[in-house]
Design a protein around this ligand. Structure first.
Ligand SMILES: C[S@@+](CC[C@H](N)C(=O)[O-])C[C@H]1O[C@@H](n2cnc3c(N)ncnc32)[C@H](O)[C@@H]1O
Length: 436
């Protein structure tokens, strides 16, 4: 079997798992890259790019296919629809393979998957699209919602929602930022290793490390193949974390000896960052809902070598009387719609809808109303999400301040993709000012 056929078959199965079976793209990609470690760097990069790219552009791709196919995308067999989608992505957005080869591989794959009678259909649609790719008619730009939806592959309901809060240029900037490839960012413990020493270790491993001017404990990494194969990663010299997420611990202004409770901590990024800043003092309890998630936190704690942090399985929506007024800082980095991280998790835009968003707002309110009681008088509650959805962010904080006047807002920030360096992210610091 040719390597290229194999790659395309993997891509097909991965996209089916994500779009048909509802699995998460980042988990599917990670599992495949872990399983097929023998693939070379180019093949791994190809698989990742085609899967992510197809998901990033899927609304536009379906719009194109529908112009050239009598059978509309939503009426096609999942295998056929998926073969067409990933082929159109490669034809429009990747120069590495000629259109004729993309088309031949797609036809072969349809046959191999038992759709011998649809080989002609796949061939016809793809050849037609290939001939007309530069003549596609897009919605008029004056039809703001439809134009932005197709151009940036964002569901129309989402575009409509964002246009109520952000101006048109900002929504386009966000859509564009989600499609740009960004280098990986990692955070290291400045008490454990000097930046220059870490950069030199990484360079010896063949990794390019760039400094992040605004965050001294962060580095941009590029040029590596498989991060978990690097000795520096296995030794816990750094943790993968987005620049926006790093702001939570930095904003917390944690002091030596503080008691910190992170109520939704897996896989542990922010909790471990705070434990590092405590520099061997104080304590962080990192909680999450399931034993599976808690095991992820424990793995990361072990890799970090820290001793002032532990992980506990506990539902944040259920009050734990033992924790009443015990924490100097409560971190509530709550489950959210994730619409700020579509650049890394492009499939979330298809998994989320207005009803699931509204349910999340209720869950966030519920958890905030429970965990606020763990904050000591004078202590802080840090609320954060990785979304740009106003109701989950400023909306929830407005509600919280009205419900619980014993808290006041110290500061808040909505980070916007394209304008700020990292993911779309929201942080609010709420201080417990009296004991009412
Ligand atoms: C945004 S993620 C947390 C990321 C984490 N703070 C970090 O920096 O690595 C939200 C977490 O909330 C957890 N979660 C969801 N519902 C929960 C609940 N009722 N109680 C506790 N954790 C919950 C999820 O399992 C998920 O790990």
């Amino acid at each position: 079997m040719q390597a290229s056929v194999n790659e395309r078959e993997l891509v097909l199965d991965m996209l089916l798992q994500i779009t048909r079976d509802g699995e998460y793209s980042h988990i599917v990609i990670k599992n495949v890259l872990d399983k097929y470690q023998y693939l070379d760097k180019r093949e791994r990069a190809f698989i990742t790019r085609v899967v992510n790219g197809t998901l990033e552009r899927m609304i536009e791709i379906d719009y194109i296919i529908n112009q050239f196919s009598k059978v509309k995308v939503n009426k096609m067999k999942p295998v056929i629809r998926t073969i067409l989608r990933s082929s159109v992505y490669q034809m429009k957005y990747m120069d590495s393979v000629p259109d004729s080869a993309i088309c031949n591989e797609a036809v072969k794959l349809a046959g191999k998957r038992g759709f011998v009678n649809l080989k002609g259909f796949v061939n016809g649609v793809l050849r037609n699209i290939g001939r007309n790719l530069d003549k596609i008619s897009y919605p008029d730009e004056k039809d703001q919602e439809a134009f932005i939806s197709i151009k940036y592959s964002l569901p129309e309901w989402m575009v409509k929602q964002w246009l109520k809060v952000y101006d048109e240029e900002t929504v386009k900037m966000i859509g564009k930022a989600f499609m740009e490839e960004k280098p990986l960012t990692v955070r290291f413990d400045e008490h454990k290793i000097k930046k220059a020493e870490l950069i030199s270790i990484l360079e010896k491993e063949g990794v390019t490390a760039g400094e992040v001017p605004e965050i001294p404990c962060a580095l941009y990494l590029s040029g590596y193949d498989h991060l978990s194969a690097l000795p520096s990663f296995c030794e816990g010299l750094y943790q993968v974390q987005d620049l926006s997420s790093m702001q939570v611990a930095l904003w917390s202004e944690v002091k030596a000896g503080d008691q910190v409770l992170d109520v939704c901590a897996a896989p542990g990024g922010k909790a471990i960052h705070i434990a590092e800043l405590l520099n061997g003092t104080g304590h962080v309890e990192a909680r999450d809902l399931t034993e599976y998630k808690v095991a992820l936190i424990r793995d990361n704690i072990e890799r970090s070598g820290l001793t002032n942090i532990n992980a506990v399985c506990q539902d944040a929506a259920i009050y734990d009387p033992h924790k009443k007024e015990t924490a100097d800082i409560v971190i509530a980095d709550l489950p959210c719609s994730g619409l700020g991280v579509l650049g890394k998790k492009p499939d979330l835009r298809y998994k989320m809808n207005e009803k699931t968003e509204a349910d999340l707002v209720e869950l966030q309110k519920k958890i905030l109303s429970v965990v606020k009681d763990y904050v000591k008088p004078g202590g802080k509650l840090l609320y954060s999400t990785c979304t740009i959805h106003r109701e989950e962010n400023e909306g929830n904080v407005e509600w919280f301040l009205k419900e619980y006047p014993e808290f006041e807002l110290v500061k808040e920030k909505q980070m916007i993709p394209g304008r700020d360096a990292g993911d779309g992210f929201y942080i609010a610091i709420l201080k417990r000012v009296n004991h009412e």
